[in-house]
Design a protein around this ligand. Sequence first.
Ligand code: NAP
Length: 488
Amino acid sequence: MSGGDMAKPLLGHRSMEGDPSITPAAGRTIGVLGSGDFARSLAIRLVCSGFKVVVGSRNPKRKAGLFPSAAEVTFQAEAVKKTDVIFVAIFREHYSTLCDLADVLAGKILVDVSNNTEINHNKESNAEYLASLFPACTVVKGFNVVSAWTLQSGARDGNKQVLICSNNQEAKRTVAEIAQVMGFTPVDMGCMSSACEIENIPLRLLPAWKIPIFLALGLFLCFFTYNLVRQVIHPYIREQKNKFYKIPVEVVNTTLPCVAYVMLSLVYLPGVLAACSQLYYGTKYRRFPDWLDQWLQHRKQIGLLSFFCAALHAVYSLCLPMRRSHRYQLIETAVKQAAEKKMNIWVEEEVWRMEIYISVGIIALGLLSLLAITSLPSIANSLNWREFSFIQSTLGFIALVISTLHTLTYGWSRAFDENQYKFYLPPTYTLTLLVPCTVILAKVVFNLPCIQQRLLRIRRGWEKGRYVKFVLPSAMGEYSSGETSSNV
Ligand code: NAP
């Protein structure tokens, strides 16, 4: 896999934590407009962090009891007069009701904490709208990605990052300073044009997971239908046997490992395709097609879903003997055996096959668990690049090879038994081997010295057919220069 494989999660924006320009701000007075859930949690956290808090409400008498006694609850205009930094904890549609306060708000910092109900709901972001209503104020977008619950429980139990943006550096620094004192990690997202992106963040539903989830569901559906036809429909049509009871456990349990195995190979297939493209074009500077780019970016999620399916397969397999159908079948076999006066049904080859099958399956699941654990940001961040790449790339590939052994020992000689071809359909395991074996074969080919060398050179910047100027080191005594094709 390329050096950038399974890249660790990187923060796309600058973390302001530890910024020497940020100085402690505890003790200063902070204003909060609004007395709802967010305002209350914010006030509690600010008070706990050592700030003086003044809350502006339309009805201070009624709302005062909801706030800690250390916080002053007063009318909006009174609150605004007492501070330079004001958190606007009210909904966008009520911003215009604050216009009466425009004069007292002039020159102050307004922190817009609002969220929308839909992605890109309005043309302009809420923060930009607030700024347009109060041109004499400095608006900073921030704290909207933190829930009221996180604010109350402190930064320990929830998301620690507070994304901040503003066109005014000084105001941004002031809000970052407050966030840091409250125990959060301020992240500078740049100027006000980022507000829309920040407001969309809490509304996104697993954006990086959509494609991998659809892929897993698609594979599950295909393999489930295939197994259903082979295990249930075929005996029903050909032998009039009712095997529908197999659907909830057996068919699902033969489908899950197929999905897990193919998904695992799909983690490594884009790396192979990327390497093929680099070898073909003789450069690493050519952009991959968008679909390959997207695929490379989703490998972590595909790998985690593979682990999820493998773990479910393990649980289902452990539960197989618990089923009543299994007990009936065991008793039936024993009765048949007794009737036929068979004493020994031990088949050495079958015993060994099963022992090896289970053992390699457990090892494969263990390796997949390791890959899943190390893909967690907190663990990944504690590893250096070499350790991370060894686990994700080398151990991941070993997991794929061991899963292949697991599949082969499961199938054993069934591919050569014509009774296994139901409706002329080959056993499912033979289909699942297709992609993983291609990946393994490609990896072996890429490791051949001649190809590996070329790939390594390409990844270090060498390009096919490109002429480079070289200069012999002057230490050789003679200064020499010339043109040569670097691919010679
Ligand atoms: P909420 O419980 O409904 O509180 C909204 C507050 O706005 C009211 O308590 C009210 O306080 C004040 N307000 C001022 N003018 C108003 C008007 N004309 N009509 C109605 N209310 C008016 O809402 P919330 O959950 O605290 O959310 C407040 C803001 O924080 C929203 O923009 C939301 O998107 C944002 N936010 C909330 C969370 C969260 O977890 N709740 C998380 C992130 C961001 P007074 O009656 O005292 O004036």
